[in-house]
Design a protein around this ligand. Structure first.
Ligand SMILES: Nc1ncnc2c1ncn2[C@@H]1O[C@H](COP(=O)(O)OP(=O)(O)OP(=O)(O)O)[C@@H](O)[C@H]1O
Ligand SMILES: [Mg+2]
Length: 361
């Protein structure tokens, strides 16, 4: 099978406001049927990127190619309606005076019976069969969102650009609508660029995550890889709380509460940070002042004292002060585990889940 065709190809996209670069030499490629989530903190330039691709914002530099056709570069700026892009934003505003069917058919200029069939098929696809004659104010937020999706898909855009389209929906509605949206977009073979500042949404929706910071993409990859092989501490911290164990690399080893860590590639005397997510700390009980035996995977156990334990529903978070140096670590445990403050326990860290970075980056 040949790989799916590239639908969106962006190179060197750049935009500055008042001399301040907001999007800086950004490149992206998205194939048919692929969802790329542009993920990053507030203000990092996600919406500006999307708006330049959509054509509602000019670019200073770079090129946007949709389905093999240049739609924008330094000298060229096709209007949004000439780019074969569908747009969905948080405030997706349906036309209030039009019925659901008229909203969905709005962008279609085809013959009337084709249009009616396409509108019906799309309403069925988003589970709104029979809603055609209703008006937007008669629909729930989730239903309105699905009408907006059907409307954006009606003209069969090659690329769907979505800017936090689910953030106006309440939590329980959101998951169902995300899944329906994904299914429909995949079926239609649309290339999707979804902007979000929520890591959970990106992990759930993306075939690929492009992690953005200060106008640049700092890491791209599958959700699994971006989560499990972050490029730096900030990339790790974007997806979950993290523990940071600081130390000094000597002879390619760094001493920690958990014994010596291999830290090759760091200069003699360099400060390093060993980063581990709370769910990769293992807890074991105190056996009259002794801990579990060391294993190759978990290394040496270290004793700590519980300072606080919280129940969060799916997991419990337990904070520790380590005997070794008083440093603070947090472990997460599935379900309920609420030891009393002052309890001595032993911690082990999954060495294959640790990331070692130079300090201060
Ligand atoms: N038209 C504009 N004029 C001046 N500055 C702008 C303009 N549009 C955006 N900015 C600035 O550019 C930066 C990036 O904005 P952008 O909306 O792209 O961020 P974002 O990543 O989408 O953030 P959020 O997650 O909060 O939506 C911000 O500092 C913003 O204030
Ligand atoms: Mg934004």
């Amino acid at each position: 099978m040949s790989p799916p065709p590239v639908r969106l190809h962006v190179t060197g996209l750049t935009r500055a406001f008042g001399g301040q670069p907001v999007v800086d030499d950004l490149s992206l490629t998205i194939a048919a049927g692929q969802v790329t989530c542009l993920l990053g903190p507030s203000g990092c330039g996600k919406s500006t990127t999307l708006r330049m691709i959509a054509g509602v914002e000019p670019l200073d530099n770079g090129r946007v190619v949709i389905d093999g056709r240049v739609v924008a570069d330094q000298g060229l700026h096709l209007p949004p309606e000439a780019r074969s892009v569908g747009l969905m934003f948080q405030d997706f505003a349906l036309f209030p005076h039009m019925t659901v069917a008229q909203n969905v058919g709005f962008g279609l200029r085809d013959a009337r019976d084709y249009k009616a069939r396409r509108v019906d098929a799309l309403l069925e696809r988003v589970n709104l069969t029979g809603f055609g004659p209703k008006h937007p104010h008669q629909l729930s937020g989730g239903e309105q969102q699905r009408v907006a999706l059907a409307r954006a898909l009606a003209p069969r855009p090659r690329v769907m650009l979505m800017d936090e389209p689910f953030s106006g929906l309440d939590n329980r509605l959101r998951d169902g609508i995300r899944d329906t949206t994904l299914e429909v977009l995949k079926d239609e073979g649309t290339a999707v660029l979804l902007v979000t500042h929520e890591p959970d949404e990106a992990l759930r929706m993306g075939d690929e995550i492009a992690l953005m910071r200060a106008g640049r993409i700092v890491q791209r990859g599958s959700p699994y890889n971006v989560y499990n092989a972050p490029v730096d501490r900030a990339a790790a911290a974007f997806f979950s709380d993290i523990n940071v164990i600081r130390g000094t690399s000597r002879g390619a080893l760094t001493n920690t509460p958990f014994g010596a860590f291999l830290t090759p590639g760091h200069a003699e005397g360099a400060e390093v940070e060993i980063v581990i997510r709370p769910q990769h700390l293992k807890i074991d009980f105190d056996r009259a002042g002794r801990g579990p035996n060391p294993t190759p995977q978990d290394g040496t156990a270290a004793r700590g004292t519980v300072t606080r334990a919280r129940f969060l529903g799916r997991e419990s978070l337990v904070d520790f002060a380590m005997d070794f140096d008083g440093s603070r670590l947090t472990a997460s445990v599935p379900n309920v585990f609420l030891p009393k403050p002052g309890t001595a326990l032993w911690l082990m860290i999954r060495r294959d889940r640790c990331f070692v970075f130079p300090a201060g980056r």
